[in-house]
Design a protein around this ligand. Structure first.
Ligand SMILES: Nc1ncnc2c1ncn2[C@@H]1O[C@H](COP(=O)(O)OP(=O)(O)OP(=O)(O)O)[C@@H](O)[C@H]1O
Ligand SMILES: [Mg+2]
Length: 316
């Protein structure tokens, strides 16, 4: 039986005569049924990577294979086998919602009746029935995004690539969308998910890679990536505006500061001291609020890509 695992090996993409490495020796695989997250800051190289999967860009070097197909040499196979929701909105202005979804399903090889059934199920599951007969040109940004998602998944290929699928989507419908992403995985599709939303991704992906400046910094399941932080807590202190970082007590093992947010890492044994310190800061007006919580994937993400955050203008 064919193994339909997607494999990228040493994929490198450089721009400007090798001055910019948008992807730098990226090696990863996504199995059928797996939802694989690609997380990283702006400009990390995520879109560049997924565009190469679908044949919209050619790697400078490295290979990409899906089952027996070499996707780099055979971009036609790539387009046939992979469905792609681009980061930019789909050009659907002159189609009604139900037409846009049905047409893409049929172009991808579904029969009219089967596509119609799946389209109706998706319209209901994403709660966009209100706009079923609305022209694309008249849809709001978030609904257009959801219609784009339905177009791409109504008759999915073996690999579905979603570049920021939840952009502009309201919180309730984002939940519905994540359920559909999960369902794709359950149906045996390999899902490549590019997102900035680390906390939502944590609940939906099987494995993920955190990438920055074209390189994979860490890869694994959400819980394996959090393993390093087991037994530690994060004390999130919201500092008052324009306050310099206060002196840190010795029990703070690590800290990150992004604008007014000070995240101090402490061991579970120091929880009481941590709260005492945060309350003290509030008492003297340095802090406005605080929260103590278990480590999340977002903390791992901030730790790994934190130097990027530090490059942001110090506006606080
Ligand atoms: N056509 C191009 N020519 C030159 N450099 C490019 C080109 N397209 C992208 N880049 C550069 O490649 C790097 C990666 O860009 P990419 O769009 O893949 O980032 P991304 O991770 O998708 O970011 P975002 O989260 O903002 O969407 C960036 O430094 C970007 O400026
Ligand atoms: Mg991008």
């Amino acid at each position: 039986m064919t193994d339909w695992t997607f494999r990228a090996v040493d994929v490198t993409k450089s721009y400007d005569d090798g001055k910019t490495f948008a992807n730098d020796r990226i090696t990863l695989h996504v199995e059928p049924g797996e939802v694989y997250g690609l997380l990283g800051p702006n400009g990390a190289g995520k879109t560049t990577l997924v565009k190469q999967v679908i044949g919209l860009l050619k790697p400078s070097s490295g290979t990409m294979n899906l089952g027996p197909h070499d996707l780099v040499d055979d971009p036609d196979a790539a387009r046939q086998l992979c469905s792609y929701l681009p980061q930019a909105q789909m050009p659907i202005n002159s189609f009604k919602t139900h037409e846009a979804i049905a047409i893409t399903g049929m172009i991808r090889g579904g029969t009219a009746a089967a596509v119609a059934a799946r389209r109706d199920a998706l319209i209901e599951a994403l709660d966009i029935g209100e706009w079923r007969d609305t022209l694309g040109a008249k849809l709001s940004g978030g609904v257009k995004r959801l219609v784009g998602f339905a177009m791409v998944t109504v008759w999915p290929g073996r690999v579905v690539i979603l570049d920021e699928p939840t952009n502009d989507v309201d919180p309730l419908r984002r939940r519905l969308l994540w359920e559909q992403v999960r369902r794709l995985g359950d149906e045996g599709v390999a899902v490549f998910l590019v997102t900035h939303n680390v906390l939502e991704a944590e609940k939906s992906v099987d494995r993920l890679a955190i990438i920055d400046r074209g390189r994979i910094l860490a890869e694994g399941t959400p819980s394996s990536l959090k393993q390093v932080d087991r037994g530690r807590l994060r004390l999130h202190v919201m500092l008052a505006p324009h306050t310099p970082t206060p002196e840190l007590p010795p029990f703070v093992e690590d800290h990150t500061r992004v604008r007014s947010n000070l995240i101090a890492v402490i061991s579970e044994a120091e929880a009481v001291h941590g709260i005492g310190w945060a309350q003290e800061l509030m008492g003297i007006g340095i802090a406005e609020e605080y929260a103590l919580a278990a480590t999340t994937l977002e903390d791992v993400y901030v730790r790994l890509t934190g130097d990027v955050a530090a490059r942001e203008p110090a506006s606080s």
